[in-house]
Design a protein around this ligand. Sequence first.
Ligand code: BGC
Length: 478
Amino acid sequence: MVGLGPKDPPSRKGSMHDVPKDLMNQIKILEDLFSVDTQKLKFITERFISELEKGLSKDGGNIPMNPTWVLSNPTGRETGSYLALDMGGTNLRVCEIELPEEHGKFDIMQSKYRMPTAIKTSTAEELFDYVADCVKQFLISNNEDQNIKEMSLGFTFSYPCTQDFIDHGVLQRWTKGFDVAGVEGKDVVPLFEEALRRKNVPIKVTALVNDTTGTLIASNYTDQSTKIGCIFGTGCNAAYFENAGSIPKLEHMNLPADMPIAINCEWGAFDNEHYVLPRTVYDAQIDEQSPRPGQQAYEKMIAGYYLGEVLRLVLLDLAQKDSVEIFEHQDLTSLKKAYSLDASFLAEIESDPWENLSETEILFEKKLGIETTEQERKLIRRLAELIGTRAARLSACGIAAIVTKKNLAPCSVGADGSVFNKYPHFRERNAAALKEILGHDEVVVKPAEDGSGVGAALIAALTNQRIKDGILAGVRNV
Ligand code: BGC
């Protein structure tokens, strides 16, 4: 039985005041390894700005800076019924969104489906058949009376895609642990539409949307001071509006120089050449063991998919060092399992309100079968704080880079994702770092409106309107 108080065997007892010297030393070493000071944040931001520009250039760079063919913010007067499909990292969501006459309002009806783990390493056909089945189920339960052929679908596909049109997207590479064969290098829209046809669902995709672009548009719909949409969740990324004239790689299209176009930065790929980010051996290990080594360097230090893995690798390393007395005589089998801990595990450690960290004690026993001493828990808590703080502080560099490049302050940033919404202190730590970099607090990062639901619906509505108005840049078959 697990009790609430300390229950260490006599040889493993200790109080907060007699932390063994080597664990104290370890904490110090970890602090040096994971802390990022203001100067470093500013240095990273400078580099980030030039990398954003490089991504827009003809030669391109690490950060893809994908034009999305979303050409305006909503007016707030969009109307109609839309379908939205959200294929993120963890769940699948199908929504029907009603945009009423009333300015900036919406109604949403939705169903969530779990993404089976095996699907993440399956084939294109299995993946899209599963997704099409979920859409079919949703329509059967909710849309009996409607003529679904007439409905527009906004498909939020939150992976890096090259878009030549709004309803087109060639997957550049999988991220967030996905590794489905036969999709990279292909346009995902026909792959999905073929699956819909196989399931007799007569729907076409109106717009392929990244979750960040959806977040930008949905947040701007309700708050026009929103200039950037960010996701800090399983993955991380941002979108903002650029002028066509500042995108040399689109020069050949002769677009009006002042035409706004939303850019899906795909900033998770920042610093893939490992020039500025303060990577540790643990970050290098995560990268080497991932399905796509050398990719998403920034994301692998920040996003929820990796935070638990950083904690696990540090603890395992310490436990295997003869010089460090931690988890002595404990069975480390569960700790040795890759990705056995997720970001919610760190979040729980950071939320433990008790002086003796008794909730952390229970967590380690239940999840990993490891009994901890109070000293060990003190180190674990500090380590979780360091990993969570590093993620929040580094996340601020990307925001500061866009704000500085575009001279956006004062403005709001709409942010979504499990890390932003649920990880303790992320927002405060992120806001503090942003202020340190910018030297003011005129940029406020706020919880976003539902980007992959409402945002995708709005983008479908904007696309329909644009076609009606004859603005055909980025539109395929009219
Ligand atoms: C993807 C982005 C996405 C982000 C947040 C990243 O792994 O490459 O497209 O916006 O995760 O979901």
